[in-house]
Ligand binder design. Structure first.
Ligand SMILES: [Zn+2]
Ligand SMILES: [Zn+2]
Length: 244
């Protein structure tokens, strides 16, 4: 199984970069976790959009969903050109699915996620866990046929639920929105020390930090995570690829 981090900023993208978007590939299966601002342009550096099998959206904040509406147009054009026979499956965790401004059901097959779901896409199985955030938001676990596991946190405040959900996984891709001194300042997001505690208690093999703040020295985030978690820590960046 291969993870590629495509977009990694919180809130808004820096020039020529993107907010949350992660490509996961295994055998001939390709799925995307979140499709934030700037993601659709950057994603095409790593996969043909027409090759995607499914998209999972953790919640409907713009930095996680914005480019899904352009992906809808991309799939519409592919249908019109005869390059695609079916709409692309898109799973969204929200309680307001009907209010989202999708227009073309022939382009995207929009489906509501529930945390109790287990969704099989080709060789990949995806399960979910409820987060602490100001709107419904879930974390996601991707497992392949040979048992490799990846958990993506989405956006969340500190929660034991995530620790249980991520127990022993190969890679924990986790939001690190705040510096340690900011802990508790913005509800529904993790400070670096909380990331370290979650990773340590879940005993994960490798932590990938993402969803970065637009201020301060990002190097400090890793140092603060390191105070609590002693195994491998990596920064997400565009095009970072990790083979599990
Ligand atoms: Zn976010
Ligand atoms: Zn959010």
């Amino acid at each position: 199984m291969k993870l590629t981090t495509v977009g990694f900023w919180g809130a808004f993208p820096r020039a020529n970069e993107a907010t949350s978007c992660y490509l996961v590939q295994d055998e001939d299966t390709r799925i995307v976790l979140d499709c934030g601002s700037g993601a659709l342009s950057r994603l095409q550096n790593y996969v043909q959009l027409n090759e995607l099998d499914a998209v999972f959206i953790s919640h409907t904040h713009a930095d996680h969903i914005a480019d899904i509406y352009c992906l809808e147009y991309a799939m519409l054009v592919q249908r019109q050109l005869g390059n695609r026979k079916t709409p692309l499956d898109v799973y969204i965790y929200t309680d307001e699915l009907r209010t989202l401004p999708f227009t073309f059901p022939e382009a995207l097959n929009i489906q509501q996620l529930h945390v109790t779901d287990r969704i099989q896409v080709g060789s990949l199985s995806v399960t979910f866990s409820e987060n602490v955030h100001d709107i419904p938001c879930c974390s996601m676990k991707v497992t392949n046929r040979t048992g490799q596991t990846l958990v993506y946190s989405g956006d969340t405040g500190y929660t034991d639920t995530l620790i249980q959900f991520a127990k022993g996984v190969d890679v924990l891709l986790i939001e690190c929105s705040l510096y340690m001194k900011q802990q508790g300042l913005i509800k529904g997001h993790l400070a670096s020390n909380e990331v370290g505690k979650i990773a340590q208690q879940a005993n994960v093999k490798h932590v990938v930090l993402t969803h970065f703040p637009h201020y301060g020295h990002l190097n400090r985030l890793r140092e603060e995570v390191r105070l609590f978690y002693k195994k491998k820590i990596t920064y997400a960046k565009e095009g970072l690829t990790i083979t599990l």
